[in-house]
Design a binder for this molecule. Structure first.
Ligand code: CR1
Length: 835
């Protein structure tokens, strides 16, 4: 249906169009209007929460106006769009970001002050949008910011979870999970009850012969769940481009509401079905780098992928182009294997719904450039596999298509390697295990034209280990690298405003926020006394702010002049928080053994931890417990005083990272070499003037290449040695580092309470092969921390290192990533708005 307003009436529309606020007066009017009408309140009952809500609505309105214009232009120009499919978008807070990106923070600040509010208090009211676990989800959020800031026509597609990642409470030193119900009032989303998609599940497949004598598959029966679109505007920085993040929410279909049951008085069971449909988008799975193979998770994946593809196809069909042009109009990036069913679903749409021949359809599906697949991990426990029986039950037609894709693929492989039976078993999309499994990564590689890792080492590793055979089959060109990055808008300008302003004042503008390589001009200033002083003062002020936060949340006083040593990230054995806490215990024992006079000469240190453990990850929870147990002993030991404090910050999330990152002196990125695909917090810390201690892993290696070996503290075994070491632990004699053995003895003496709780952690190192090489790396870890202490004593030099490192961080902007994806994978161009 054409719903446009006829030409003669358009003038009336134009006269009445809403204009974006420009001054603080106009902004105030908007806020008051929202308080009075949207919230039905007044100046007599407008608290900070209401002021936050009204301010956000005022900004949302503004963004939606820009959003409309951006979408109109993209439709009119009919340019190629990028679709970023991600099950996770770890957005954090939106208001501060929106204000800064549209350049209206000062206006809002003045307006709010006029109305009786402090802007920081208002910003602080916002609940984080925490629809993600860790790095993978935050990367998606940084990419959205860059895509909009660089004017790319791009959409994010995800799920609108009712519950994001759980809130973490620490009770008696243990993690307790509390549901994160964040939607009671979310001003940033825009429900589109008119944009819905019916998604089918279960049922069966019938093969019939059509009029042309062709055999076609008909997927029938089962149930329908409705996907409803919720749009979240994504403002670019310093550009009117405002992109869309479309999140799907599940709802029972009208037809499914069983009136039979309803009329026969069985009201409850008909409501129960309704509720069952709604559970699909209910909750984010709280695992990071771990896949558990739950049926509901597979339902989520298909629900989201089917709705998103339907939306994209609908948009494409409006242009009336031939199907062959689809890859010229659409690039879809698969964030990990979670959306891999999109490949199968597109083939199904083309063959079953649009009636294309299989081969032509497959050419379009695998067209260049169509699907790109980003791999984020080599950890075997994180590689997705789904039982064939489950897929058969839930998506019977898709399983058939997967089998056909596999058949043609294996025939292709067999032709290339006629004498190699083993390769067929190894690369097959179906794993011939009990039960049989669908290997999602294999499907993703077969269906994508490019596969990328997220840092150089990681991209090399996937080519030489888990995907080695596929390099042989498809050639090396299918595999590439795009090293991760972070948005400097949130992670410098927003999180560290004083540093951002200092840099802007020296570089003469804020342009570096859109071209981060300009930071390199700071190197000319490393000997500028005044500049160095200001630099150090800003770091100190950020540490004072964090110290205050620590006091408020944990009750512990920390000295802001101490060296702040931070490790914040998901708790995982491969990330080795256990190495860190064992190191802390070693430091504690060393201090205790010193004569008081000598002790006095030591450098005070605050060890700060934060991060969530997956609720089912027992060992990770024990690590949290040990950190807290050590904290309660050390922090109350009068011999130690300020020399060592151990802090565990509860409920680490994006908005807390914004306080923590600017306040670190040194941060820890100490994964077993070869296990951390990239890491992105390493980049955030260095960009904020903190140095890092790390292993030769993930992006640490490239950070070293950029900032120089003198400005980073590396230690530990290299990834090429890991396998041999593991082998030796199991088959040779395995001796534990003597200093580490002393740490274990102390724990086993009961110094930190429950010996029993910590025994498995010790046994993992001593008796079970030390898979993560904690003992192998312990000595060099301790020695390297000594170097850190020494370096920190020379504050002059430390500041020079800090400035030099920041000056060389330009490479790690997510803008650079987006240009690399756009060029090498998507083949799309920016579409700047000219208004
Ligand atoms: C990796 O562990 C990387 C992010 C983003 C994580 C981390 O090193 O920085 O991805 N992987 O690329 C992951 O979540 C499922 O895999």
């Amino acid at each position: 249906v054409e719903a446009s307003i006829p030409e003669p009436q358009r003038e009336a529309w134009k006269r009445s169009q809403t204009a974006a606020f420009k001054s603080s007066d106009e902004f105030e009017k908007e806020v008051v209007r929202h308080v009075e009408t949207s919230l039905a309140r007044s100046m007599f009952n407008c608290d900070e929460k209401a002021a936050y809500s009204a301010t956000s609505l005022a900004f949302r309105d503004r963004l939606i106006l820009d959003w409309n214009k951006t979408q109109q232009r993209q439709t009119y120009r009919d340019s190629k769009r990028v679709y970023y499919f991600s099950l996770e978008f770890l957005m954090g807070r939106a208001l501060d970001n929106a204000m800064l990106n549209v350049g209206m923070k000062d206006t809002a600040k003045a307006g709010l002050a006029d109305l009786g509010f402090r802007i920081e208090d208002i910003i602080g009211q916002e609940h984080d949008a925490a629809l993600g676990n860790g790095g993978l989800g935050r990367l998606a959020a940084c990419f959205l910011d860059s895509l909009a800031s660089l004017d790319f026509p791009a959409w994010g597609y995800g799920l609108r979870y009712r519950y994001g990642i759980f809130k973490q409470e620490i009770i008696d030193g243990y993690q307790v999970e509390v549901p994160d119900y964040w939607l009671d009032f979310n001003p940033w989303e825009f429900p589109r009850h008119d944009v819905t998609v019916d998604v089918q599940f279960f049922g069966s497949v019938k093969k019939v012969t059509n009029e042309e004598g062709k055999s076609v598959a008909i997927w029938e029966g089962g149930e329908i769940v409705v996907a409803v679109a919720y749009d979240v505007p994504i403002p670019g920085y310093d550009t009117p481009t405002t992109n869309n993040l479309r999140l799907w929410s599940s709802k029972a279909s009208g037809g499914e509401f069983d009136f039979q049951k309803f009329n026969s008085g069985d009201y409850e069971s008909s409501v129960a079905e309704q509720q069952r449909a709604e559970t699909i988008s209910n909750v984010l799975y709280p695992n990071d780098n771990l896949e558990r193979g739950k049926e509901l998770r597979l339902k989520q994946q298909y629900f989201w992928v089917a709705a998103s593809l339907y939306d994209i196809v609908r948009r494409f069909k409006k242009s009336k182009r031939a199907w062959r042009e689809f890859p010229e109009q659409v690039a879809i990036q698969l964030n990990d294997t979670h959306p891999t069913l999109a490949i199968v679903e597109l083939q199904r749409i083309l063959v079953d719904v649009e009636g294309l021949e299989w081969d032509l359809a497959w050419e379009i599906v695998t067209g260049t450039p169509q699907f790109g697949y980003t791999n984020h991990t080599v950890l075997p426990e994180a590689l997705e596999k789904w039982p064939v029986g489950l897929v058969q039950h839930l998506l019977p037609r898709h399983l058939q298509i997967i089998y056909d894709i596999n058949l043609f693929f294996l025939q292709y492989v067999e032709k290339q390697f006629p004498d190699d039976r083993d390769i067929l078993t190894r690369v097959s999309i179906i794993e011939e295990s009990q039960p049989k499994m669908v290997r999602m990564a294999h499907l993703a590689i077969v269906g994508s034209h490019k596969v990328n890792g997220v840092a150089e080492l990681h991209s090399d590793l996937i080519k030489t280990t888990i995907f080695k055979d596929f390099v042989e089959i498809f050639g090396p060109d299918r595999f590439t690298n795009v090293t991760n990055g972070i948005t400097p808008r949130r992670w410098l300008h927003q999180a560290n405003p004083r540093l951002s302003e200092l840099i802007a004042s020296k570089l003469g503008s804020h342009e570096f926020l859109k071209d981060l390589s300009q930071l390199n001009k700071l190197e000319l200033l490393v000997q500028d006394k005044e500049f160095k002083k200001e630099w150090a003062e800003i770091k100190f002020a950020n540490k004072v702010r964090l110290a205050k936060y620590i006091k408020e949340t944990t009750g512990v006083n920390v000295n802001p002049s101490a060296l702040f040593d931070v490790q914040v990230k998901r708790i995982h054995e491969y990330k080795r928080q256990q190495l860190n806490i064992f190191g802390v215990i070693h430091r504690y024992l060393t201090l205790k053994a010193m004569a008081p006079a000598e002790r006095k000469k030591q450098l005070p240190r605050v060890s700060i931890f934060g991060g969530k453990a997956a609720p089912g990850y027992w060992m990770a929870k024990q690590i949290i417990h040990l950190i807290n147990a050590v904290g309660s002993v050390v922090n109350n030991d009068e011999d130690i005083g300020d020399l060592l404090k151990v802090i565990f910050l509860e409920d680490y999330n994006v908005s807390k990272a914004e306080i923590i990152c600017p306040a670190s002196d040194i941060s820890e990125h100490i994964s077993t070499a070869g296990t951390e695909a990239s890491g992105t917090s390493n980049m955030k810390f260095v960009l904020n003037g903190g140095l890092i201690i790390g292993t030769c892993d993930g992006a640490n290696i490239e950070i070293t290449r950029e900032v120089g070996e003198n400005n980073i503290f590396l230690f530990g075994n290299l990834s090429e040695d890991v396998e041999d070491l593991r082998h030796a632990h199991t088959y040779g004699s395995h001796t534990i580092d003597p200093d580490l053995a002393k740490v274990f003895e102390e724990i086993q003496k009961g110094t930190f309470g429950s010996v029993h709780d910590f025994s498995a952690m010790i046994a993992a190192v001593k008796d079970h092969g030390d898979y993560y090489l904690v003992s192998d790396d312990f000595h060099s870890y301790i020695e390297t921390h000594k170097l850190v202490d020494e370096a920190y004593r020379n504050q002059e030099e430390w500041v020079v290192k800090s400035i030099t490192a920041v000056a060389r961080m330009g490479f790690f902007s997510s803008d650079r990533c987006i240009y690399e994806y756009a060029d090498g994978i998507w083949n799309v161009e920016p579409l700047p708005r000219r208004d």
